[in-house]
Design a protein around this ligand. Structure first.
Ligand SMILES: Nc1nc2c(c(=O)[nH]1)N[C@H]1C(S)=C(S)[C@@H](COP(=O)(O)OP(=O)(O)OC[C@H]3O[C@@H](n4cnc5c(N)ncnc54)[C@H](O)[C@@H]3O)O[C@H]1N2
Ligand code: MOO
Length: 415
């Protein structure tokens, strides 16, 4: 293991060499929201399943030419949504939206373009109606045999709508990576109702990691808070592994302090530490290791924004790879104002994307970039990455912008 500061791209390369896609798993479609398709979905059914009316009105037929306004037709029957297909029909049929077209009829005139006449029951057309007008043909949305969803699709509600319309009950998806979150620090208090004793702080990393997991495509397999004690930490790691974790995230205790015991604990576990410290701010003391059983271990530095950035830029890309998704491509957005830093580290900035009245996006680094400051993170709608070599960046410089999560595109507010 080297103690040189690693480039984040090199750190990611090392991480990705040590992770593999999760196995495919069949799931009920209705429970597959947010899952990543492993197999394309090919339709075995037509949507719509039969020719049907797009309007409440009258179904008619009449060869290739439009039927003329003013013509009158005998009303021969009625067809509502849910009625079985009618055999050979003629004349006019009163028809409801979604009802199957009676056989032989090929167009529908909306009821408001007609006049109802009685004795006998007839309809007069107030507009002409062409062949095929207001008819939704079987298979016109999806034909049998079409690939409707590609492998790699992250299933959103509209995809579940499509699957439901096709009657696809089960889909093959990537099994969700299981992640454990272990927060370290004897200063931490979990229960928000417990008053703080002197020197104590509230655990904000634990609730953050737990809350982010479902947004990342992962499942929280285990979570606990442990003091600055190697044995207690090793017991927590055992419980995390027993819970089937593919990834264990710890927060805190990876820096230079006397109680920063994570490296010692990893040594006792026989873990292979693949790197410790990356050329980034926040979160420089980031540690990545592989336990002897293959479990991946991320030691995130304890400051809350170091946890957020470590999760976003190192753990989430790992989850992407495990889910079988390609690497992310950031947006390129101009800086709203000049930004200056020393050309020593990569910066991940809490940022606001705004759109002006001309539709132009701009990215602003929020005030308060220190890694203990949670409030600007709560105001951020995006992350900005400023590369190591960058020093003084004038307003208008294009920078890489990322959403708050790897499955979320950046959002923006009005300038
Ligand atoms: N001499 C040096 N000191 C520090 C360095 C360094 O290079 N040399 N690096 C600094 C940086 S950068 C960071 S980041 C932190 C990382 O330290 P640790 O990972 O060892 O984290 P802790 O010391 O345990 O905690 C840091 C900070 O965060 C608070 N914390 C921890 N856990 C939580 C939690 N679950 N919820 C809320 N807040 C938490 C903790 O109380 C500390 O204030 O080290 C710097 N020091
Ligand atoms: O990396 Mo630390 O998170 O800058 O404070």
């Amino acid at each position: 293991m080297s103690h040189e500061l690693l480039e984040p791209a090199d750190a990611l390369r090392i991480i990705l060499q040590h992770c593999a896609p999760t196995p495919a798993q069949d799931r009920d479609s209705e429970l597959a929201l947010g899952c990543v398709l492993r197999q394309a979905v090919v339709s075995a059914a037509a949507v719509p399943p039969f020719d049907n009316s797009a309007m409440d009105g009258y179904a008619l037929s009449g060869g290739p030419a439009p039927l003329a306004a003013g013509s009158e037709w005998l009303v021969e029957g009625e067809q509502a949504a849910g009625d079985a297909m009618q055999g050979r029909a003629q004349g006019a049929w009163e028809i409801m939206t979604g009802a199957a077209m009676p056989e032989g009829l090929d167009r529908v005139i909306p009821v408001e373009q007609t006049e109802r006449l009685e004795a006998p029951h007839r309809v007069r057309l107030l507009a002409e109606v062409a062949p095929g007008q207001n008819v939704r043909l079987a298979g016109s949305d999806v034909a049998v045999g079409e690939t409707v969803l590609a492998a790699g699709t992250v299933l959103a509600p509209q995809h579940l709508m499509l699957l439901a319309s096709l009657g696809v009950a089960r889909v093959s998806v990537a099994a969700s990576p299981r992640v454990a979150a272990l927060c370290t620090g004897r200063e931490l208090v979990d229960d928000p109702a417990t008053p703080l004793a002197p020197g104590q702080i509230r655990n904000s990393n634990g609730p953050f990691l737990a809350a982010r997991m479902p947004h990342t495509g992962a499942e929280l397999a285990h979570a606990e808070t442990v003091g600055d004690d190697v044995d207690a930490f090793l017991d927590a790691v055992d419980r995390a592994r027993a819970a089937g974790s593919h990834i264990i995230i710890s927060t805190g205790a990876v820096s230079m302090g006397r109680y920063d015991f994570v490296p010692v604990a990893l040594e006792r576990l026989g873990a292979q530490v693949l790197f410790h410290k990356v050329a980034i701010r926040p979160g420089k003391p980031l540690l990545f290791a592989r336990l002897p059983d293959g479990t991946l271990f991320f030691g995130l530095p304890g400051n809350p924004v170091a946890v957020a950035a470590g999760l976003r830029f190192f753990v989430e890309p790992t989850l992407r790879a495990m889910l079988g998704l390609p690497a992310e491509r950031p947006w390129q957005v101009p800086l709203a104002a000049a930004f200056a830093k020393k050309p020593r580290l990569h910066f991940y900035l809490k940022a606001q994307l705004t759109v002006d009245e001309r539709g132009q996006l701009a990215a602003t680094a929020l005030r308060g970039q220190e890694s203990y400051r949670i409030r600007p993170l709560a105001e951020a709608n995006a992350w900005v990455h400023i590369p190591l070599e960058a020093g003084e960046l004038p307003a208008g410089t294009l920078v890489d912008v990322y959403g708050l999560g790897h499955l979320e595109s950046p959002s923006w507010s009005r300038a």
